[in-house]
Design a protein around this ligand. Structure first.
Ligand SMILES: NC(=O)c1ccc[n+]([C@@H]2O[C@H](COP(=O)([O-])OP(=O)(O)OC[C@H]3O[C@@H](n4cnc5c(N)ncnc54)[C@H](O)[C@@H]3O)[C@@H](O)[C@H]2O)c1
Length: 256
């Protein structure tokens, strides 16, 4: 029996990259998965079809996480389809590296809306459902090493992910009485469309690899495996912390 048999999960931004990897792993562990997409309906449908074809349960919902009405609708659609909600994975995110002096108000507003406001109100909608049904729940934010590690030229993203760090730590306190756990997963460099430009440049890739003690770029499955375990009852004593899944990038200390 899978680690998440009988559980119901939502994954935002679940049609591509890390989110798609998480959707596949949650479903493989027995969870019914509502898979939110923003713009890539075909990719979302293909994933859902693969899951249902293998005997699993999947639901595709279009939602822009920056709109609280959309994330509320996502939670409602999930509960209508599967009867309850146990796990929310706030995965959707955008990154627009820009030197500080050139950041526009629109860039700030959009990145903060998707990367920080989105998880905030999606979590609120999920929490209300957890309380209504009773028994608790789990929220996992796909944060970044940049919730802690500064990055020049990426101030807005770092501010948003740093905000997710304090959001997790604060909500872990506030929601514990309802048996709701909040955990962040902080990926390092993972091979997905978000950093395709860097990974298409051999010199940049080599420079990146030099700072990763395990000397490889991560795969979506590396993140998904951590999410499955953190969402499972095996991690029921873990809340308010961040698990970095980064090949050691966070603790890189040079080489001999
Ligand atoms: N890839 C990495 O190296 C890396 C490293 C650290 C953190 N992360 C984080 O992991 C998460 C997933 O990133 P990824 O690498 O898979 O990126 P990606 O660009 O491949 O996928 C991002 C997903 O979010 C969705 N999305 C974007 N805006 C949305 C919106 N407004 N509403 C709903 N969905 C929206 C996209 O459609 C896409 O499905 C992000 O939060 C990102 O910050 C990624």
């Amino acid at each position: 029996m899978g680690l998440l048999q009988g559980k119901v999960a939502i994954v935002t931004g679940g049609s591509l990259g890390i989110g798609a990897g998480i959707v596949h792993r949650l479903a493989a562990e027995g969870a019914a998965v509502a898979l939110d997409f923003h713009t890539h309906r075909d990719a979302a449908d293909a994933i859902a079809n693969a899951i249902t074809g293998a005997g699993g349960r999947a639901l595709v919902v279009q939602a822009d996480v920056s709109l609280p009405a959309d994330t509320q609708r996502l939670v409602s659609a999930t509960v209508n389809a599967f009867g309850r909600l146990d796990i929310l994975v706030n995965n959707a995110g955008i990154e627009q590296p820009t030197p500080f002096a050139n950041v526009t108000e629109d860039q700030w507003d959009r990145q903060i809306a998707v990367d920080l406001k989105g998880p905030f109100f999606a979590t609120q909608a999920a929490f209300r459902q957890f309380v209504a049904q009773g028994g608790g729940g789990c929220v996992i934010n796909i944060s970044s090493v940049h919730e802690e590690l500064p990055m020049v030229g990426n101030s807005v993203y770092c501010a948003a992910k740093g905000g997710l760090r304090m959001l997790a730590r604060t909500l872990a306190n506030e929601l514990a009485a309802n048996n709701v756990r909040i955990v962040n997963v902080g990926p390092g460099a993972i091979a997905t469309p978000i950093n395709a430009t860097t990974l298409a440049d051999p010199a940049k890739t080599q420079a990146l690899l030099a700072e990763i003690p395990l000397r490889r770029i991560g795969q979506p499955t590396d993140i998904a495996n951590a999410v499955v375990w953190l969402a499972s009852d095996q991690a029921s004593y873990i809340t308010g912390t961040t698990l970095f899944v980064d090949g050691g990038l966070m603790i890189y200390a040079g080489s001999l």
